[in-house]
Design a protein around this ligand. Structure first.
Ligand code: HEC
Length: 114
């Protein structure tokens, strides 16, 4: 039991580190072409995970995404690691396939710089 909670604490600490400061570094690591064209699936992923703070891609708790293009590596890194008050989404929350579909949707609303 003690070992389990220690592992949990270490895991959370590691996740915490990833959520801060690594975004800029990861933007390069995450800079590769969008691996999906499934905009409809991406819109579902967006509605389930992002819409609360970026309603319809517009400004809410978070800033406007639609028509505000960011490099794809930056968007991938922000979704995985979080940024400022935005939480990160790991592979348990958004699978790699769903992340690519999500990016296809974000691209369709003008959120990806080309
Ligand atoms: C709890 C609210 C919240 C949720 C949920 C959320 N965001 Fe954000 N988002 C924010 C905030 C706040 C910022 C501004 C972060 C900053 O610059 O400090 C932001 C910033 C962004 C940015 C701009 C990043 C940049 O480079 O400046 C993008 C793109 C983005 N979010 C996409 C998403 C996507 C896609 C999802 C769903 C997977 C999502 N957000 C979910 C609150 C949220």
């Amino acid at each position: 039991m003690r070992l389990v909670s220690l592992t949990l604490v270490l895991g959370l600490a590691a996740a915490g580190c990833g959520a801060k400061g690594e975004t800029a570094l990861d933007a390069e690591r995450y800079d590769y072409p969008i691996g999906s064209t499934d905009v409809a699936r991406g819109e579902e992923v967006f509605r389930a995970n992002c819409n609360g703070c970026h309603p319809g891609g517009e400004k809410g708790y978070g800033p406007t995404i639609a028509g505000h293009p960011e490099p794809v590596g930056e968007v991938r890194a922000v979704v995985r690691n979080g940024k400022g008050r935005m939480p990160g989404f790991d592979e348990n929350k958004i699978s790699p396939e769903d992340l690519e579909a999500l990016l296809a949707y974000v691209d369709s609303i003008g959120g990806i710089r080309h």
